[in-house]
Write a protein that binds this ligand. Structure first.
Ligand SMILES: Nc1ncnc2c1ncn2[C@@H]1O[C@H](COP(=O)(O)OP(=O)(O)OP(=O)(O)O)[C@@H](O)[C@H]1O
Ligand SMILES: [Mg+2]
Length: 281
């Protein structure tokens, strides 16, 4: 659905302040996939989300959406509007309308839908992010931080993007908030969007919610694949300053010592069961 081919991006290109952010990135997201994007600070994750949503134009390379090269378009954002939705980090800072419902209607309204259609889309999005009707007329400034983030996500989801991209959606959330966020994204996927790409610093987030992982390192793709394939490469990940989940590391060490395990173990429960079965012989 979205395909990046040999994408390069440099901020302040051709100036003394030039900062290379993406180097020859090839990456594609197909319908139905959920991707986690990880990498250390400054590895290019946010730049990648902005390239994918058309906010930034690659310095070289192509971005294809359903086979159409959007880099050739004068206004890539207009072409991708409503097809690729980007939720920025701390999106709650961008709420500005006087009521929750108006804020969520803003995107669909901008796409040219009638008032009734906007309301319908906004209400559906609210239900899926777990906000009931009592929130509609509240000011976005009088609700809690967690609720604000839901409103902000609903605002993007209300546009029914094919691909929903979220930059560090779990930033600042406690473990309970994080679980609620992923539950909410699980509800949204397949209903209001077809694919999800989320950026995270946490391997545990990726293990919990992604099917596939893209690992960025200094603007380049270090590796990508299914969660199992990527977490197997724990040495590579650790060399890039990333931590695999603790249990995965434990199992990798046991494998190095010659103990065979069939699959990559991502949760403590699975690890306990696998080790128990081994000991039982
Ligand atoms: N507006 C900008 N102007 C100049 N350089 C920038 C700008 N935004 C990002 N960069 C640089 O581009 C590189 C990639 O930054 P990017 O924000 O994409 O990384 P990131 O992986 O999202 O980092 P973080 O985990 O801290 O959010 C970094 O070297 C960064 O300093
Ligand atoms: Mg970032």
């Amino acid at each position: 659905m979205i395909e990046l081919i040999d994408v390069n991006y440099t901020y302040e290109d051709k100036t003394p302040d030039a900062a290379v952010a993406l180097k020859n990135v090839c990456f594609s997201v197909k319908e139905g996939e959920t991707w986690g994007v990880i990498g250390h600070t400054g590895s290019g994750k946010s730049t990648l989300t902005e390239i994918m949503s058309g906010l930034l134009k690659p310095c070289s390379g192509k971005v294809l959406f359903n086979g159409v090269d959007v880099t050739k378009e004068k206004n890539a954002t207009a072409v991708l509007k409503g097809k690729v939705g980007l939720v920025f980090q701390y999106p709650e800072h961008q709420l500005f309308e006087e009521s929750v419902i108006k804020d969520i209607c803003f995107g669909p309204k901008n796409m040219g839908f009638s008032s009734e259609e906007c309301l319908e889309k906004a209400r559906q999005a609210m239900r899926l992010v777990g906000l009931d009707e009592s929130y509609e007329n509240l000011s976005p400034f009088e609700i809690s931080g967690g609720e604000k983030r839901r409103v902000a996500i609903a605002g993007v989801v209300a546009m029914n993007p094919d691909v929903l991209i979220l930059d560090e959606p779990t930033a600042g959330l406690d473990p309970v908030g994080r679980d609620m966020l992923f539950e909410m994204l699980g509800n949204i996927k397949g209903k209001l969007c077809k694919s999800i790409v989320f950026v995270s610093h946490s391997m545990d987030d990726v293990a919990l919610f992604a099917d596939k992982v893209l690992v960025m390192n200094d603007g380049k793709v270090l590796t990508m694949g299914t969660v199992n394939e990527v977490f197997e490469k724990s040495a590579l990940l650790e060399a890039a300053g990333l931590d695999v989940p603790q249990v995965t590391r434990l199992i990798a060490r046991l494998k190095e010592k010659g103990h065979e395990f069939d699959s990559v173990i991502l949760t403590a429960e699975d690890a306990a069961e696998a080790i128990y079965n081994k000991l039982k012989g």
